[in-house]
Design a protein around this ligand. Structure first.
Ligand SMILES: C[S@@+](CC[C@H](N)C(=O)[O-])C[C@H]1O[C@@H](n2cnc3c(N)ncnc32)[C@H](O)[C@@H]1O
Length: 275
């Protein structure tokens, strides 16, 4: 992905359009994976019965639904109307609203816990989202978010990015955004959380495994269910895309175990306290 300075307006538009069209595929391709981080995320935010909890960038609502199952009082928000509809259809008893992580439509101090599962790396201005999470928490409240570990560990990303580098062009012009793996770095999480005012920062890895019935499905998951990686794939020439598809299938095949492809995809989980 080209190293141009981030352009928040263009990048946000890319993300928004991407999620509007990828929502259902994301649910099918990534849902079983990103759900694996939900319990550690909610534990880190100390989500228990009665805790007023906000799920930001809630997507299909996995964290929100799990928080409600714990007996928390849950609000959930996403900027994609298609995601919000999907979340409502899967959780008809819950409320999901459209809104922006960088400008939360809630008064100061209205939550005990704010969580964001794999949202941070999609934001044009993540510092604004951190400031907003801080604002809507009351003193003593907990914040927790997850992102992907670096591609050397989150092997699915390693495979697809490696295939694009070898068989395509990783520098096609796309609206530049913040580095995708910025928050995979524990010291970066620590720094931005403290700058936002949080304390007692804790950053750790959560092991996760992405399972497929066939090695070709890893490529299809990225092609249909992601946003930035999808944009990168769509910008490749047809012959390059075919070569990338073949390479990803071959590499994913190395992770086949008794008929199931099992790809390590650990998350980085950062949690902190609003003092
Ligand atoms: C990778 S998905 C994560 C979905 C879900 N939290 C999960 O556990 O799988 C990222 C989500 O962030 C949402 N999103 C991206 N930018 C946003 C923003 N600025 N404000 C609110 N939601 C945003 C997208 O619409 C998408 O649903």
């Amino acid at each position: 992905m080209a190293a141009l300075p981030p352009d928040p307006v263009a990048f946000r538009a890319l993300e928004h359009a991407g999620w509007q069209s990828a929502a259902r595929h994301y649910d099918e391709a990534f849902g079983s994976l990103t759900r694996q981080a939900v319990d550690p995320l909610l534990d880190s935010a100390e989500v228990r019965p009665g805790v007023r909890t906000l799920d930001v960038a809630s997507g299909p609502g996995y964290a929100a639904a799990a928080a409600a199952a714990r007996g928390a009082q849950v609000a959930a928000l996403d900027f994609s109307s298609v995601m919000v509809e999907l979340a409502r259809s899967q959780n008809p008893e819950m409320e999901f609203r459209e809104g922006d992580a960088e400008a939360l439509p809630f008064p100061d101090g209205s939550f005990d816990a704010v969580v964001m599962n794999f949202g941070m790396l999609h934001l044009a201005q993540p510092e604004r989202a951190l400031a907003e999470a801080f604002r809507v928490l009351h003193a003593g409240g907990r914040y927790a978010f997850t992102v992907w570990a670096k591609p050397e560990e989150a092997v699915g990303f390693g495979i697809i990015l490696d295939a694009i580098r070898k068989h395509g062009n990783p520098d096609v012009p796309l609206p530049p955004g913040p580095p995708f793996f910025r928050f995979s770095d524990a010291s970066e999480c620590d720094k931005v959380l403290k700058v936002a005012g949080f304390r007692n920062v804790d950053v750790r890895k959560v092991p996760q495994v992405w399972r497929f019935s066939a090695s070709g499905l890893l490529f299809e998951a990225f092609l249909a269910g992601s946003v930035r990686t999808q944009a990168l794939l769509h910008a490749q020439s047809a012959p390059a895309l075919n070569a990338i598809r073949d390479a990803v299938g071959r590499l994913a095949g190395e992770y086949e175990n008794h008929g199931t492809v099992e790809i390590p995809m650990p998350a980085v989980l950062a949690a902190a306290l609003k003092p």
